[in-house]
Design a protein around this ligand. Structure first.
Ligand code: GLN
Length: 496
């Protein structure tokens, strides 16, 4: 792939690269300091208890990915992708302006919601325009996506550095506000560059032309939708009345969101399997997508702890003074994008080299590797927390090595997952299933947040056991997938 990277690409790709870079600056910048801010009471933060702060963090990061579903729908049906990106960027910028105001919880939550809504509108549509720049598909398109993935990680790196530094060393709100300036730059380039280099792309909504059959189908789908919404509401009311979930707390809301996300995913998969009019081959491929969905949700639930439990570990239990200067704890999150930038081309070349010898691991094997590497990284954290509970600060190498394993795992699973969803999805369901891929990330983020709720200062002795749970669970699922990779591969029906 590295040889394709050097070939000439349309200028439009770099316009999209630049806009997405600043959107990711916003997202990862928030991820860097959000939980620290929520738990802080000494520097003007709200001082929430661990369980509540971690739940708000989980709700925010999960919403960003979940809102890509309506974001994609609005572009397809109302705005077209270009306008969706433009308005999305403006909304993100406004959100950061609101967050820059040091004010009460209400204003803060308004800012957070605004950023999440804008990101939902921008993120899915910018990725699909990248695809549209290369209608011929093939290796050039893959290369474009790897350049785009570099933009994502460059934005992430800058966001964590700048927002992390400003937030932790100067003022939380200055950190929150920084992304407004970045997003403004992204918007200016998108407006001027887009008019020149993205002509004719994403201008009109792509909604399918309606036929009598599609209208009838749509009506019966609507009825099913109403029944589902009524069932979910009844379930949530039951959970509240039965005292199982308390929706008046952030933790309860996050648990409720988890229930909703699981129901949406299960119903959607059942819907296309049973009523989607699929051929037997397509049904088997959807079964593979379900397995990949579960694996991806599990993977992100560990990986995204970078902003939750691992962030807490960096802050409270890691040695991070260098030459008398205390490195901001959020900077540890930078290992993920840095390792992506270093290892993405290397892994891409490795897959190409292995393919040329017909040894390229199949999709389920790469997913299994991703999970096993993630599992191993948490065994490293068990070791690190064994040090921390003796009262000593753990060496920074523990987190560095953990993030190295995370990133190699990410590179086995994330780009492969994105492309396998486009390849395995029955044609007419591609964009919906792309949305479901982001739902896996949403669920993973929510779990990462809820899990970190256990990382209370009074609960330190539990740390090794908590990390051990993640390690065992993810490694076991990875090994299971590794054992059964052949039947899963056969269900893919000839797609690699
Ligand atoms: N790191 C990638 C991004 O931020 C992928 C994230 C995901 O799909 N969960 O876009």
């Amino acid at each position: 792939m590295s040889s394709h990277i050097s070939q000439k690409h349309p200028r439009g790709l770099y316009v999209l690269f630049f806009a997405e870079m600043w959107e990711r600056f916003s997202y990862y910048g928030m991820r860097a300091i959000l939980l620290l801010f929520l738990l802080d009471s000494a520097r003007g933060g709200p001082g929430l208890p661990a369980a509540e702060g971690a739940a708000v963090y989980g709700l925010y990061t999960a919403s960003v990915y979940l809102l890509t579903l309506p974001g994609g729908w609005i572009a397809d049906n109302i705005l077209g992708q270009k306008k969706a990106i433009w308005y999305g960027g403006i909304i993100i910028m406004l959100g950061h302006v609101i967050l820059a105001i040091p004010s009460g919880t209400g204003v803060f939550l308004l800012g957070l919601t605004t950023v999440a809504v804008g990101t939902g509108l921008l993120k899915p549509n910018i990725s699909s325009i990248v695809g549209e720049l290369y209608p011929e598909g093939g290796a050039r398109r893959d290369a474009a996506f790897s350049i785009f993935y570099m933009g994502i990680n460059l934005g992430s790196l800058l966001g964590i550095f700048i927002v992390g530094y400003l937030g932790q060393k100067i003022s939380w709100h200055l950190g929150f506000g920084a992304a407004a300036i970045g997003m403004l730059l992204g918007l200016i380039v998108f407006r001027i560059g887009g008019a020149r280099h993205l002509k004719g792309l994403g201008e009109v909504p792509l909604a399918t032309v309606s036929t009598p059959e599609s209208v009838a189908q749509g009506n019966s789908n609507k009825k099913l939708g109403y029944v589902l919404i009524a069932a979910v509401v009844a379930l949530l009311v039951g959970l509240q009345l039965g005292g199982i979930i308390d929706f008046t707390t952030a933790q309860g809301l996050a648990q409720g969101a988890g229930v909703i996300i699981v129901i949406i995913s299960v119903s959607y998969f059942l819907f296309i399997l049973i009523l989607g009019g699929l051929t037997p081959v397509e049904k088997k491929r959807v079964l593979v997508l379900i397995i990949l969905f579960i694996a991806a949700a599990l993977f992100w639930s560990g990986y995204e702890q970078a902003g939750s439990s691992l962030q807490i570990f960096a802050e409270r239990h890691t040695e991070r003074t260098v030459a008398g200067w205390e490195v901001p704890s959020s900077w540890f999150q930078n290992f993920q994008p840095t390792f992506v930038l270093i290892f993405a081309p290397i892994l891409a070349s490795l897959w190409i080299w292995l393919s040329s010898r017909s040894l390229n691991p199949s999709i389920p094997v790469k997913f299994a590797l991703g999970l096993i590497l993630l599992g191993l990284s948490f065994f490293v954290m068990v070791w690190a927390s064994d040090v921390a509970i003796t009262g000593k600060l753990a060496s920074p190498f523990f987190l560095t090595f953990t993030y190295f394993l995370h990133t190699i795992g990410e590179l086995c699973l994330s780009p492969v997952g994105l492309s396998s969803y486009t390849k395995l999805a029955p044609k007419r369901y591609v964009s919906q299933l792309m949305g479901i891929w982001f739902v896996a990330a949403s669920l993973g983020n929510l779990i990462a947040g809820l899990f970190a709720g256990n990382f209370d200062e009074g609960n330190i002795l539990q740390m090794p056991a908590l990390f051990n749970q993640v390690a065992i669970f993810t490694t076991a699922f990875g090994l299971l997938l590794l054992v059964f990779w052949k039947p899963v591969k056969n269900w893919m029906g000839g797609i690699h």
